[in-house]
Design a protein around this ligand. Structure first.
Ligand code: ZN
Length: 339
């Protein structure tokens, strides 16, 4: 560490938990952030300011005005330009800390690219908005022995759980299968900034312990919080499932995902989403979406018009997103409105 770095990080070095040795470790470390929305943009800025030497950010979406109340890295200019979030984040991070290396990857994280995109990361932070990607991260992280920090927020509620392979429960120990049916999302139920900052801060704190060489200080727990109506609760040491398909039996089906990847429907300017099949209650979905755009539905299919897209959802969870050939964008719209 040179004298400029020693000055820059002096208050962090003074903190006994990190010290000079911990700061050196941070400067030499690599963190990956999956999803650069509200959680991810807070995580990225915090890790960059703390001096994490290498940060990889992957995101499939672009900045919109409706992001700005909670996605701290982005500004009106990014939204006006419709900047890809990964690119806008990379540009902004370079101004926050020019001494570190940041790589923005504009892509949907899939089984096909996860090994390349997350290569070399010592911790993976969850900034995603959907369970498909979380189960993919869990399979990848457990198979490679890389810690990852689950995090989610919607409305005023959020939760986080660190997963340290070999030490703590993994995502599938706690939630053996992805939730069935439509889930509330920030695009249907709304979200406020404080819950995002709180959850992201907890994720960053555990990441700093791991990256500074003090992973043993990460307590196995699930933290839930509601910043509007409730408080903060911790469930200590969620148990590892001795039959867990991922961390006990070491089966990694989500890494085989290419067979189930979404498909561009040639000549129709549309993408078909056929992720894991799951039943969707179309009546319930209709009630949620009617506030947001035009909806037509019967018992077999629901059609939702929003912006320039038409999203057709079938009762088995399959959907066709019309108005784009971009698979990442179609998956993003599906995650936002169907959950
Ligand atoms: Zn497990």
């Amino acid at each position: 560490m040179d004298s400029a770095a020693r000055r820059r990080y002096s208050r962090q070095i003074l903190f006994a938990g990190i010290g000079e040795e911990g700061q050196e470790a941070l400067l030499g470390s690599h963190a990956a952030i999956v999803g650069c929305g509200a959680l991810g943009s807070f995580q990225a800025a915090a890790l960059a300011r703390a001096g994490v030497g290498r940060i990889t950010i992957i995101d499939r979406d672009y900045v919109e005005p409706s992001n700005l109340h909670r996605q701290w890295l982005f500004d009106e200019h990014d939204a006006a330009e419709g900047m890809p979030k990964a690119a806008a984040a990379e540009r902004r991070i370079a101004r926050l800390n020019s001494a570190i290396t940041v790589r923005g990857v504009i892509a949907d994280l899939t089984a096909a690219n996860i090994a390349e995109v997350l290569a070399g990361a010592a911790v993976i932070l969850d900034g995603t908005d959907n369970f498909d990607t979380r189960y993919l991260i869990n399979d990848f992280a457990v198979s490679r022995g890389i810690p990852w920090i689950y995090g989610a927020a919607v409305g005023s509620y959020g939760l986080t759980m660190p997963v340290i392979p070999g030490c703590t429960a993994c995502l599938r120990c706690v939630y053996p299968e992805p939730p069935s049916g439509a889930q509330p999302t920030c695009d249907t139920a709304g979200v406020i900034g404080p819950i995002v900052s709180l959850i992201a801060s907890l994720q960053v704190a555990d990441s700093l312990k791991i990256l500074s060489g003090r992973a043993e200080l990460v307590r196995p727990r699930i933290t839930t919080a509601d910043v509007w109506e409730g408080g903060i609760r911790e469930v200590e040491g969620p148990a590892r499932d001795p039959e867990c398909p991922t961390c006990a039996r070491r089966e990694f089906p989500f890494l085989e995902e290419p067979a189930r990847a979404p498909a561009v429907l040639c000549g129709r300017n549309a993408v078909q989403i056929h992720e894991r099949s799951r039943m969707v209650d179309l009546g319930e979905l209709r009630a949620r979406l009617e506030k947001l755009g035009e909806v037509r539905a019967n018992e077999f299919v629901l059609r939702f018009l929003v912006e320039r897209f038409e999203i057709t959802v079938f009762a088995d969870g399959r959907a066709i997103v019309k108005g784009t050939n971009d698979v990442g964008l179609a998956r993003s719209l599906y995650a936002r409105y169907v959950g």
